[in-house]
Design a protein around this ligand. Structure first.
Ligand code: ATP
Ligand code: MG
Length: 340
């Protein structure tokens, strides 16, 4: 649906050349909620602005439904842009106008008649549950309400793609939650493909089925959200994952550990969540297992369980227990403790 191929972008500034995008490729399929995460300055906004060509690449291609939009003439580009809505961190609404006037604007620009506009605005306001705010000035809305209106306005022309540039970054956690639910509803009920950028892993964890991690203009890791969360490869990805998934053994327990016995981190994915595996190995082998840490995490509607245990007993028995767990599709990683 959206294919970004080998896109490169440099900005020439007074302070020198900024290499904002370095050979970036990304494939977003219809129905995805695709999240791009990275720290400030990573190039996220530059990347998302390539998709509707608010920013032109120096090199590379951007395909929308198979059509390369780089070098398209304005007229053709405008046709494509009608299919792409955009939502911003700072809402980009006209504060001194009413909700209705703000939402009518994209439709007036398309020369739609008054009845059509009125109907469409009512429909959208009902979708974002703000019908009662129709004649209120935007300046009188809360941040969350403003973003709902920003999103509703972006949907005015029935776009098939929605681009969200830090749509929740100006909002508190609870309001963020409700906006994320709204984006999910747009994806599921209207079939809109969403590309969103964020610096919060929580946003990715809640709604994205796929994720790409950006660092200094490059995509350093990408994949299905559950895969990336359960098996992060890059240091930066590990740091992002650690902001939402805790797997550290409490320090009070670490102090008392007899480290001659192995400490193991078990990972359970989705259907494989087997709570009784510990009692099974305790029964079948001559070992004693203690649980040092346990967590159950919901990642884009799927479960990732983490269990850190220590097994005490003879080496042969311990190894048999480990093999038994592996045979039962439990992923096992040895934990090395840092004593510093
Ligand atoms: N129009 C521009 N002119 C010059 N430099 C720019 C321009 N737009 C972006 N940059 C630079 O390109 C780099 C990437 O910027 P970008 O806005 O894409 O980052 P970002 O990941 O969106 O950051 P943030 O999380 O702060 O929004 C930065 O170093 C930025 O200063
Ligand atoms: Mg940005």
């Amino acid at each position: 649906m959206i294919k970004i191929e080998h896109v490169d972008k440099k900005f020439h500034t007074k302070g020198g050349i900024v290499h904002a995008l370095k050979d970036v490729s990304l494939n977003i399929e219809a129905g995805d909620i695709y999240g791009v995460i990275g720290y400030s300055g990573a190039g996220k906004s530059t990347l998302i602005r390539m998709v509707n060509l608010l920013e032109q690449p120096d090199q590379g291609h951007v395909y929308i439904n198979g059509k390369d939009i780089v070098n398209l003439k304005d007229k053709e580009l405008n046709v494509i842009r009608k299919d792409i809505g955009m939502v911003f961190q700072q809402f980009n609404l006209l504060d001194s106008q009413t909700v209705y006037q703000n939402m009518a604007l994209p439709l007036i620009l398309l020369k739609k008649d008054k009845t059509f506009i009125e109907e469409r605005v009512n429909e959208l306001l009902s979708f974002v549950e703000l019908s009662d705010k129709k004649d209120v000035y935007v300046s009188q809305l809360s941040g969350g309400q403003k973003q709902r209106i920003g999103i509703a306005r972006a949907l005015a022309t029935h776009p098939k793609i929605l681009l969200c540039d830090e749509a929740t970054s100006a909002l508190d956690p609870q309001t963020t939650e409700s906006i994320l639910l709204l984006l999910k509803k747009i994806n599921q009920e209207l079939g809109v493909t969403i590309l969103l950028i964020t610096h919060e892993m929580n946003v990715i964890k809640k709604i994205c089925n796929k994720v790409a991690v950006m660092k200094s203009g490059e995509i350093v890791e990408q994949g299905l959200t559950l895969d990336v969360f359960s098996h992060p490869h890059q240091e930066m990805t590990k740091r992002f994952v650690a902001t939402v998934i805790n797997d550290t053994i409490p320090s009070s327990l670490v102090e008392e550990l007899d480290t001659t016995y192995p400490i193991l981190k078990l990972t359970f994915l989705g259907e494989n969540t087997k709570e009784d595996i510990i009692s099974e190995i305790n029964q079948q082998f001559d070992i004693k297992t203690s649980i040092l840490f346990a967590s159950v995490n919901e990642i884009k509607d799927e479960i990732l369980g983490i269990l850190t245990i220590q097994i005490k007993g003879e080496e042969a028995q311990i190894n048999k227990a480990i093999d038994y767990m592996k045979d039962n599709h439990v992923e096992i990683e040895r934990v090395v403790l840092n004593h510093d």
